[in-house]
Design a protein around this ligand. Structure first.
Ligand code: URA
Length: 192
């Protein structure tokens, strides 16, 4: 891995680019196999993530892991997971636009170094920032678009699926589409 990756990862803990640095326990860089060409991007750490320093470790993370397992994807093996915003917004509120803007350089650098072929946006905050400001998850989930040579898709945030389990079959369909896309574009992900 590039030296730059480790430098940025370590430097993130000292970041004071926005006010979230005053309330966080720790910044959350990401988790997974940096060799993977599949990157999943959520919103921001919650309480458990802030405590443990890893994305998606709470209830929504457990659901995410279970659903990913259906299509043979595993954060310990063949994908990388991070968030748009690296520090927890207090009370689990949505990150403010200025917090997203302040944090975006970290994500840009992660994308540059990982150089993914496929990016999956988990939820509205991620999809509206990265795919289309007008993105509507309920209408446009599972649809693939190409941006700067990267295939991108937005799907339901696992926390939304916990609130609204009726959307789980649609979310699973999206993941089946993801598996197909991986087989087409970077089947080696399934060898990792
Ligand atoms: N929700 C997110 O969007 N990211 C996390 O890491 C945890 C919950």
């Amino acid at each position: 891995m590039e030296q730059k990756w480790e430098q940025m990862k370590d430097g993130l803990q000292l970041c004071e680019r926005c006010g979230l640095c005053r309330t966080r326990i720790q910044a959350v860089w990401g988790v997974g196999n940096p060799k993977s060409q599949v990157l999943l991007i959520g919103e921001a750490p919650g309480r458990m993530e802030d405590e443990q320093g890893e994305p998606f470790v709470g209830r929504s993370g457990q659901l995410l892991d279970k659903m990913l397992a259906v299509v043979d994807l595993d954060r310990r093996k063949n994908i990388y997971i991070t968030n748009i915003v690296k520090c927890r917004p207090p009370e689990n509120r949505d990150p403010a636009p200025e917090e997203v803007a302040a944090c975006l350089d970290y994500l840009r650098e992660q994308v540059r170094i990982l150089s993914p072929k496929i990016i999956v946006c988990l939820g509205r905050v991620s999809a509206t920032r990265l795919i289309d400001p007008e993105f509507r998850v309920t209408k446009e989930h599972g649809r693939w678009v190409e941006k700067d040579g990267v295939q991108m898709m937005g799907t339901f945030h696992p926390a939304a699926l916990l609130r609204n389990p009726g959307s789980k079959p649609a979310a699973l369909e999206d993941l089946l589409g993801l598996r197909e896309k991986i087989r087409q574009l970077c089947p080696e992900v399934y060898e990792l």
